[in-house]
Design a protein around this ligand. Structure first.
Ligand code: MRU
Length: 342
């Protein structure tokens, strides 16, 4: 278990490990207002789909507390709308706020605050349990001595605990499978270099950091046995939005017959979305590409295209590991089957 919590809530204060500064500085930020929650998600103090979902859940609680006597279904709905607008792609955010509104819609007005509190904690605790379960299922796909490639950060920093794809890697390591890991640095925000590398080293998992562009050579040369990545939104047909660069990896995996697995809780599945073409892809600031640590590395005025995510088509995905089991093609049927399993 990791020695840190990316998201915590104590005495009406949301506590986030500031992921913008890791691994150089380990600072916790205390969040007391709705505006601060929105800023923390937008500015990526907290990031990773399940961690964003848990943060949004506590954002609803912070919003409910601030409303005091004015707390009603409609005012809480406004809090939801404000939170939902903070980042568009990770569905865990809207899923968490919708789940809370659904519970509130069934409660008596005098119970609203208590219901928001209970749901926020349930979302938080269920994410940790889901991650542990996915790790156990995902580990059944890992063979002794496998070399695994991963992209972005999907660890304890991106979830409430343990992680999704990195949770599987943790589980494989701690069950003695003698795995090795290659971690993509994940330009432009460097979640792989700054966050995944840090988590891997903290756990003592044998691993090597690579520039994203090295992955193709490793895959072609037969150096990668399996690829495990996370997800920000999975459409009803299995098309999966994840960190930019994931699609490229999936194409390479298919070309060279390397199994390519998504690891994500069912809270990341957008059951009502027909396919990945409907997923809104967040476009981020040009300075993420033109600057590194505040230093300009591209000519002034250069045009930049900086989508934060891409969509991997379902035909490139070998399997999707969820807390309810591992899904295989055809995904429309597999996803429908797990929809109502409690
Ligand atoms: O922009 P980020 O850092 O929030 O993107 C994170 C990812 O793309 C992760 O792979 C995804 O959220 C899964 S995290 C368990």
């Amino acid at each position: 278990m990791s020695a840190f919590k990316a998201v915590d809530y104590k005495d009406d204060v949301l506590i986030l490990l500031d992921q913008r500064k890791l691994p150089v500085e380990k600072n916790y930020v205390e969040i007391r207002t709705l505006e601060e929650v929105v800023h923390a998600i937008k500015d990526m103090i907290v990031r990773g789909a399940p961690a964003i979902g848990a943060t949004a859940a506590f954002g609803m609680l912070i919003g409910a507390n601030a409303l005091g006597k004015d707390l009603s279904f409609d005012t809480l709905q406004e809090v939801k709308v404000t939170l939902d607008a903070s980042r568009p792609t990770a569905v865990n955010l809207m899923w968490a706020t919708a789940r809370i509104m659904d519970a509130v819609s069934k409660a008596r007005p005098e119970d609203y605050r208590a219901v928001v509190n209970a749901e926020a904690w349930a979302i938080y605790n269920e994410d940790a349990a889901s991650c542990k379960q996915m790790a156990v299922y995902g580990n059944t796909l890992v063979n002794e001595g496998d070399t695994i490639l991963t992209h972005c950060n999907t660890g304890a920093l991106a979830t409430v605990a343990y992680g999704t794809a990195l949770g599987v890697i943790r589980e494989a390591h701690f069950t003695g499978k003698n795995i090795k890991v290659f971690a993509d640095e994940t330009r432009p925000r460097l979640q792989g270099a700054r966050l995944t590398a840090w988590e891997l080293m903290e756990e003592g998992i044998p691993s090597t950091l690579i520039p994203d562009s090295v992955a193709a050579t490793l895959i072609r040369d037969g150096k990668i046995d399996k690829i495990f990545v996370g997800a920000d939104r999975i459409a009803g047909n299995g098309d999966t939005a994840n960190k930019i660069g994931t699609f490229m990896l999936s194409v390479l995996a298919k070309a060279y017959h390397v199994p390519f697995f998504i690891v994500a809780p069912t809270t990341t599945i957008d059951f009502d979305m027909a396919d990945g073409s409907y997923i809104e892809i967040e476009s981020r600031d040009a300075t993420e590409v033109t600057h590194i640590d505040g230093i300009m590395v591209a000519p002034e005025g250069m045009a930049v295209y900086n989508p934060a995510f891409d969509v991997t088509p379902n035909e490139n995905i070998t399997g999707i590991v969820t807390e309810k089991g591992i899904l295989y093609p055809p995904y429309v049927e597999a996803i429908m089957r797990i929809r109502d399993i409690k």
